[in-house]
Design a protein around this ligand. Structure first.
Ligand SMILES: [Zn+2]
Length: 397
């Protein structure tokens, strides 16, 4: 029975905890903003009131009106905060709690053979399938799996739907959705030194130049590009020349700025920033988990037609494609497998070699073949034939 590698298992789970945490952080910030602005207004009003009272110039009716105003404000604030808590705060906290409880199961599992681990791992596979479906644009499939397996709180459908919505807008050459997202995540983007916002602003500017609206382009540049001059002065200088350069230019640097392919780059930059903020890997979790297994099995033989093995996952064309990315495994003690039966060759099922060609198959396979062909065996690879008794035993040392 193998003990569970808890740390290794948890390595995959960072985004699982991070995504709802990021959501909650945003909800908290929004409550805080509301609180700050309303309380500041109340403080101003009350200072004003006490100032007037001290100066002796207060009218009771005005004072009552001002106090009513303050009460109204605070009541409004209370309603707003409780709405926010009910519609977003509480559900997000529930998601966080459920996810942490789900992870806690792993810490108490005695070993990987325990039934509670296999149930846990089944759910994990479902989660990875949903993650894979969401990343490959199969949102309906993702929703269906999540619903059928009742794992809606354990997967991030809303996040991916949002990412997809913004990517779709960029693909239609609209920056506003992505810019709104940048402003929502301003601090976090600054922390990871993302230049996404600048790239988006630059694109909007380029589009104004493409549409030959120089006046608007200048205003736009002053408003949105100049703020970046500490870090992007060179680029800002370069694009300012676009005011005088037509989109039909054949001059390399300006042609590249007008290139529509920049929109595709924006889509990828946005996706990368969104994934990074949520600590999501750029590849589906399912692929990453498969890589680990494939790396432990991958051999050069998996990629040669004549040495493929029916029972080896890496020999499968689809998984083999995925395994191209991972290094070959290093076996200190190799296991030799018969290419006919797929069974392991050892002292109970000796490897037998054809005398001329040296190709090796298991004793079981050769016996079976000999029994069907009056004692004659044929090598499927070289086509050479001989009596079963002419095969040579191969000893593994
Ligand atoms: Zn293989």
């Amino acid at each position: 029975m193998s003990k569970l590698n808890v740390e290794g298992t948890m390595l995959f789970e960072q985004p699982f905890v991070r995504v709802p945490y990021e959501n909650y952080r945003k909800i908290f910030k929004s409550s805080q903003r509301n609180l700050d602005s309303q309380m500041a207004a109340v403080a101003t009003a009350s200072n004003d009131l006490s100032g007037r009272a001290k100066a002796g110039g207060h009218v009771p009716a005005d004072a009552a009106k001002s106090i009513d105003g303050m009460i109204g404000r605070v009541e409004n604030l209370k309603r707003k905060l409780s709405d926010l808590q009910e519609s977003a705060g509480q559900p997000t906290q529930d998601v966080m709690r459920e996810r942490l409880q789900y992870l806690a199961v792993v810490e108490n599992v005695p070993n990987t053979n325990a039934p509670e681990f296999s149930r846990w791992a089944d759910t994990r596979l479902d989660r990875w399938l949903v993650d894979w479906a969401l990343r490959t644009g199969k949102e309906k499939t993702a929703r269906q799996i999540a619903k059928e397996r009742s794992i809606e709180t354990l997967v991030d459908i809303d996040l991916f739907t949002d990412i997809r919505r913004i990517e779709g807008a960029l693909a239609k050459h609209s920056c506003s959705e992505a810019l709104a997202w940048c402003s929502e995540n301003k601090v976090a983007l600054r922390k990871i030194k993302s230049t996404l916002e600048f790239d988006l602003r630059l694109q909007e500017y380029i589009e104004l130049c493409r549409a030959r609206k120089p006046q608007e382009a200048i205003v736009y540049s002053k408003k949105h590009l100049v703020a970046w001059q500490d870090t992007h002065l060179e680029k800002i200088r370069q694009v300012s020349a676009l005011l005088a350069v037509l989109p039909t230019t054949s001059c390399g640097p300006y042609k590249r700025l007008y290139d529509h392919a920049r929109w595709d780059t924006l889509v990828s930059s946005f996706r990368l920033a969104a994934y990074t903020l949520n600590t999501l890997p750029t590849e589906p979790l399912l692929n990453l988990a498969l890589y680990a297994g494939l790396a432990s099995l991958k051999l050069p033989a998996c990629y040669a037609h004549e040495t493929k093995n029916a029972d080896c996952p890496v020999c499968d064309p689809a998984l083999g494609k995925l395994a191209e990315e991972v290094p070959f495994s290093h076996h200190v003690n190799s296991t030799i497998v018969c290419s006919i039966t797929g069974r392991i060759m050892d002292e109970d099922n000796m490897p037998m070699a054809f005398p001329k060609t040296g190709y090796v198959y298991s004793r079981e396979a050769m016996e079976e073949m000999a029994a069907k062909n009056n004692g004659i065996v044929t090598c499927p690879r070289s086509g050479s034939t001989c009596e079963f008794s002419a095969l040579k035993k191969v000893f593994i040392s």
